[in-house]
Design a protein around this ligand. Sequence first.
Ligand code: FES
Length: 121
Amino acid sequence: MRAAAAAAADWPPGSVHCEYFTGPAARPPEPVGEERPFRVRLAKSGREYDIPPGETILDVLRRHEIAVKASCELGYCGTCLTAYRSGEPDHRDQILSDADRRRYVLICCARAKTPVLELDL
Ligand code: FES
């Protein structure tokens, strides 16, 4: 995977997709800071949920019976990819490009740097 990524390093952004089936050893996880509580707003329904420290957005949405897809729940498969509309995510995944991070968040591991993160759900 490292060799393939290095060979394609100068390709245009978005033209390479790496899919890991275990955590990539070449790229350590994003530094994880203190977990602060925040809220998620679901743009399509207007519902809001508190995300406390120690729980993920995915955990809370499931607890409220919101159907969301997930697989690895560790930030490396991309199954839980969700667009967001406002707020600033605290990305903690291992796979999203900088361009992806401007539009999407992986809700199994991301938190928020702002008090509210509005998801396109
Ligand atoms: S479920 Fe795999 S990245 Fe979120």
